[in-house]
Design a protein around this ligand. Structure first.
Ligand code: PXG
Length: 447
């Protein structure tokens, strides 16, 4: 017998209180909620049917714009054909196809793909593979992981330990031991209002030599950095920095991991940041744009030498004790294959090159607007730093965000007092001006 529904089940279908929103000031949000009900192309629609332009590609994931019919159709068809199959001990055709497509897109030598379901899981997977690899090649003392201040590698324990954002770390105890951090490459005095990659800062890669001197190379497994730091306030990497980091890692046999969860799939006007900078890391993490955000997926592209180091011992033994129920989920694979087709058919990584120049021109025109203290850009990503209100960090940024949504009809991304504009790669020059002029009007209205 089914229990009769409790009255509350029916009387409060859309009450806000039960839902604990992630990375959101819940009380402020619930007083003034922003509810998205539909999306199409460059636009979101709210519960009143009002159009708001997406200025952040969702959360850096909907690179081809929203609700693209070919991706939607692929997901629908896959759901009707194979909804789920076990990821351990079995495979399905699309997961192999996707691994082949991704490794073909990746820099030469990254010949294997391991799948997860988010950027956070991608990072945990890469860090675990790094430590296990060192052990597999007889370097078991190499367990230390090096990240960077302001780095963001998701929210799981490995990721926040190597990550460098204090707010993401301070609530959660002692984290992983045996990590250390490179300094951030951001320096406002040297780099303010730089266009593209700043020319100052490559020397900061040499700080890795200091960490090697402090800990000894024999204790260090890997270094993980983002080719452009996204959540840490959108910080482009200085010219020459990644090349130096690669050279120092090679010198000391330390693995180099690029976290390309944001920078993969066209954000830097190339398939991966690795290609833009001509630096081949040992592993690349990806997520977000791989499925255009339509189904969760993440993963790691791994160098052949790393994979091969695990492929020893009796053939019936598991080589890596790691994986997820939903690794390579059929719906995510279908979405990813359709997404990669769309990126290619529409030449979106090429479009991104022109869009990068348009965005650069337009975003820097905000220099001189009230409270603007720095503007940065690289690829199809840009950031405007606002001076924080005295003793109330984040308040001015939050007000700008609210007004952008409710009054200007644009949705940039907010990180503290930094406004990020990173449009979908289908954006036209006119779309970019809608976003920039929307933000400009709000900056002029906010004190
Ligand atoms: N690595 C990087 C470089 C990321 O940017 C993650 C890992 C974690 O991914 P998941 O899928 O577990 O969230 C990210 C996520 C923002 C913003 O506005 C950035 C992220 C997520 C949400 C917001 O900067 N990046």
């Amino acid at each position: 017998m089914t229990a009769a529904p409790r009255p509350s089940d029916l009387s409060r279908p859309n009450a806000l209180e039960a839902y604990w929103l992630p990375f959101t000031p819940n009380r402020a949000f619930k007083k003034d909620p922003r509810i998205i009900t539909r999306a199409e192309g460059m636009y979101y629609f709210d519960q009143n049917g009002r159009k708001v332009m997406d200025g952040a590609s969702g959360l850096w994931c909907s690179n081809a714009g929203h609700c693209r019919p070919s991706i939607t159709a692929a997901i629908r068809a896959q759901a009707g054909e194979l909804d789920y199959s076990p990821s351990f001990l079995y495979g399905h055709p699309k997961v192999f196809e996707l691994a082949n497509r991704l490794t073909a897109m990746a820099p030469k030598g990254l010949d294997h793909a391991f799948f997860a379901n988010s950027g956070s899981e991608a990072c945990e997977s890469a860090l675990k593979i790094a430590i296990a690899y060192q052990r597999a090649i007889g370097q078991g003392t190499r367990t230390r992981l090096i990240g960077r201040e302001r780095g963001y590698h998701g929210v799981n324990f490995g990721g926040i330990s190597v990550g460098g954002m204090v707010n993401n770390r301070k609530q959660f105890g002692t984290l992983l031991t045996g990590v250390d951090h490179l300094p951030t490459t951001y320096n406002r005095a040297e780099q303010a209002f730089a266009r593209g990659e700043p020319t100052w800062g490559a020397h900061l890669a040499d700080e890795l030599e200091k960490l090697v001197a402090l800990h000894d190379a024999s204790t260090i497994a890997a270094v993980i950095v983002e080719p452009m730091s996204g959540s840490g306030g959108m910080v482009p990497t200085p010219k020459g920095y990644l090349q130096k980091l690669r050279a120092i890692c090679d010198k000391h046999s330390i693995l180099l991991i690029f976290d390309e969860v944001i920078t993969g799939f066209g954000r830097l006007a190339a398939p991966f940041g690795a290609e833009r900078y001509g630096v081949v890391p040992d592993m690349i993490t990806f997520a977000k744009g791989v499925t255009n955000g339509a189904v969760p997926m993440g993963g790691v592209l791994v160098k052949k030498e790393i994979y091969d180091a695990f492929m020893t011992g009796p053939e019936q033994t598991i080589e890596l004790f790691h994986g997820y129920t939903y690794s390579g989920h059929p719906l995510a694979c279908a979405a990813a294959l359709a997404t990669l087709d769309l990126y290619r058919e529409e030449g979106l990584f090429e479009n991104a090159k022109a869009l990068e120049r348009t965005l650069e021109e337009q975003v820097h025109s905000l220099k001189g607007e009230p409270n603007v203290v720095d503007i940065r850009n690289v690829g199809v990503a840009s950031a405007i730093d606002l001076a924080p209100l005295d003793g109330q960090p984040g308040k001015r940024g939050y007000e700008v965000l609210q007004r952008c949504f409710h009054e200007a009809g644009v949705m940039p991304r907010l990180s503290g007092d930094t406004i990020v504009i990173a449009p979908c790669l289908i954006a036209t020059a006119d779309d970019v001006s809608v976003l920039i002029e929307g933000v400009r009007s709000v900056l002029r209205a906010v004190t």
